[in-house]
Design a protein around this ligand. Structure first.
Ligand SMILES: NC(=O)c1ccc[n+]([C@@H]2O[C@H](COP(=O)([O-])OP(=O)(O)OC[C@H]3O[C@@H](n4cnc5c(N)ncnc54)[C@H](O)[C@@H]3O)[C@@H](O)[C@H]2O)c1
Length: 328
């Protein structure tokens, strides 16, 4: 039987690469579309891929003419909160226009199903905790705004055109492929766990801890860390939901448990048997004390479970991959 082809925009990136592997394991044919701006060529070995930019409608059109896609997964965007304040034009322009280009090409080629990488940043500061999908949507940075715009475009398009979508609102993606094929590697790295590894190995002089006077049990911020393998599983469930003809939806992807910066550091020290050198820095503007998902909707409707997201498994897989990647 011919495999169903799925376009994976941003499939050479951290989360996209894990989804590509999960697609193949679920007997789909993933086709990566990536400009390698933050993605990695070593992540695409053995997979079909097209080197292209979502800002290039001709390339997108040619790709859709080469394959008959059943659906699209869209991971490709700029995703640094800090950078989105330095260069809001880049975030509003590229994230939104590129999504529109992709949607237009889908509609032109009668591809009706999209799984979209959204984020908890669309909610802004928590009004209630844990945060459910109907939490107020008041982003506090251009990155979150750009993602919320795209969700609004999807909602409106799905009313008018033959398009159904699942928006997956990730909390903090973390961990690495258990077979160590892929892992987290951004440049610059802004995420806590890889930065803490860099402080362990001396690639960074020390890890800055932004605030230890929050109203949390140990004074440091609480975040909801979700293993990238669990994210990839959710993408397969969302895809199958759409391919079965079921309706558009938005789902949180998190565990429902807040883990503090201090807990992450302690777990890293216990897994690596090394000290994380830290420096206490002032709070960062816009960092809430706690961001925790209510994931009950995706569990109920898609049968998703975070099976790999204990803090130990996250740190163990991430550390194994980091050691392999940076050879220490
Ligand atoms: N990492 C997280 O914790 C997190 C949390 C919430 C949401 N997200 C979202 O998940 C998605 C993936 O995040 P990630 O951490 O894997 O990022 P990443 O930077 O590792 O991956 C993005 C991929 O998209 C590609 N890309 C970017 N712009 C492109 C363009 N114009 N044309 C073609 N390819 C392009 C990059 O080369 C890269 O391979 C993003 O949309 C991000 O906003 C990530």
């Amino acid at each position: 039987m011919k495999k169903e082809a799925i376009l994976v925009a941003g499939g050479a990136g951290y989360i996209g690469s894990h989804a590509v592997k999960a697609l193949r394991q679920s007997s789909f044919l993933p086709v990566i579309f990536d400009n390698f701006s933050t993605g990695h060529r070593e992540f695409i070995t053995g997979f079909d891929y097209v080197e292209g930019d979502l800002g290039d409608p001709k390339k997108l059109n040619a790709t859709f003419e080469s394959y008959r896609f059943s659906a699209v997964m869209h991971f490709a965007s700029h995703c640094y909160v800090g950078e989105s304040w330095e260069n809001p034009y880049k975030y509003y322009h590229d994230n939104v226009v590129n999504a529109l280009n992709l949607l237009k090409t889908m509609l032109d080629h009668d591809v009706a199903c999209l799984v979209f990488s959204s984020t908890c940043a669309i909610y802004g500061n928590p009004v209630t905790l844990p945060m459910a999908e109907d939490h107020p949507q008041v982003p506090v940075n251009p990155y979150g705004e750009s993602k919320l715009f795209i969700e609004k475009i999807l909602r409106d398009f799905s009313q008018v055109y033959d398009l159904r979508y699942v928006a997956l609102r990730y909390f903090n993606a973390a961990g690495a492929d258990p077979d160590l094929q892929f892992g987290e590697y951004h440049d610059p790295e802004t995420h806590l766990i890889p930065r803490a590894f860099d402080a362990v190995t001396g690639r960074l002089p020390e890890l800055e801890v932004y605030g230890e006077d929050y109203p949390t049990p140990d004074g440091t911020c609480l975040r909801d860390y979700i293993h990238v393998t669990d994210l990839a599983d959710a993408h397969i469930l969302a895809l199958e939901h759409l391919l079965q003809g079921r309706p558009s939806a938005a789902y949180n992807l998190g565990t429902g448990t807040g883990i503090s910066v201090r807990q992450i550091i302690e777990t890293i020290e216990s897994v690596t048997h090394r000290k994380v050198r830290t420096a206490i820095a002032p709070r960062r503007a816009g960092d809430p004390a706690e961001l925790v998902a209510d994931p009950s909707k995706v569990m109920r409707e898609l049968g998703w479970q975070p099976n790999h997201s204990s803090v130990e498994e996250i740190i163990r897989t991430a550390w194994s991959w980091h050691k392999l990647k940076f050879k220490h």
